[in-house]
Design a protein around this ligand. Sequence first.
Ligand code: DQU
Length: 372
Amino acid sequence: MTGIGFDLLATDGRARRGRVTTAHGTIETPAFMPVGTAATVKAMTTDAVASTGAEILLGNTYHLMLRPTAERVAQLGGLHRFMNWDKPILTDSGGFQVMSLSDLRTMSEEGVTFKSHLDGSRHHLTPERSIQIQHMLDSNVTMCLDECTPFPATEAQAESSMRLSMRWARRSKDAFVERPGYGLFGIVQGGIYPEQRAESVAALTDIGFDGYAIGGLAVGEGQETMFRVLDFTEPLMVKDRPRYLMGVGRPSDLIGAVRRGVDMFDCVMPTRSGRTGQAFVRRGTINIRNARHAHDERPLDADCGCPTCRSYGRGYLHHLFKADEMLGPMLLTWHNLHYYQDLMRTMRQAIADGNFEEVAGTMEARLTEGDV
Ligand SMILES: Nc1ccc2nc(N)nc(O)c2c1
């Protein structure tokens, strides 16, 4: 097996059930990747992350190149050994994080120069350097360095930005070292414009990648626009390779994007909002800090089998957050990640059973019921 393997096991409408094969194991798709930005899924041990059913997690070139540096991670055995996660890892390439985290950055044809948000030190990221860093991290899925086109952008701005990303995709591919069980994904750009998206898909398909991400979404355009871009972009993408929608999303985003043919997702939502006291449940969301939960001994979600819901009531979780106890963010993060994996498991089974639309419709309806 060279690169990353992908088997399309079943389809139901445009929804796909597949399996990705890497040197560190397989990933059942549709799959959700917990975000482990600085070599940790915040508030979770890797054993806890694995217990939720997650089979792959995401790391970030930007954060790890700044601290502790890719060289240090490589010296300590690579990201799998370093963080004690022996399953697959996907790493983002850094461009998106530079634009969202650092200041005083300058973009050029060569790459992006920026100052670290940690200590102000200057750094330079090129497609070649990003690919080298991800290799040093021993990442199973490397992402091309791209420019995430801002939203809103005119069609001319989106075209120019996309074409830069396509030139960087060629350079990323040229710099990538092929290894069995390791792969490189291209990232489709083009803003909200059908012709730009089509040109990007064609350019990346022509270069040839192990998988294709859809970038430049989940940047404030809203769910309706995101789905519309998926509706005209997904049909142009090859069917025998994984599709990865970057930075997505809330449960309703995941259901709608799986319906439209997406295989892989990552989002900080379940972890970041878990730390602030927001729980995702089958009927929507719960803010556990709300006083109405103070005396409630029910679990967050009666249908959830996670350690939090099996052992703790809302009143206790409410107390933990009011008392600023670190167990609070831990337990809500654990619940949210478990719920997200349950959602993906349910959708995988529904596609295999051929009743995706019925199952998805029921879940979407329940999400709007609101918590009582
Ligand atoms: N919404 C997002 C999130 C992460 C991204 N990462 C890269 N490399 N490119 C994009 O367009 C992204 C968009």
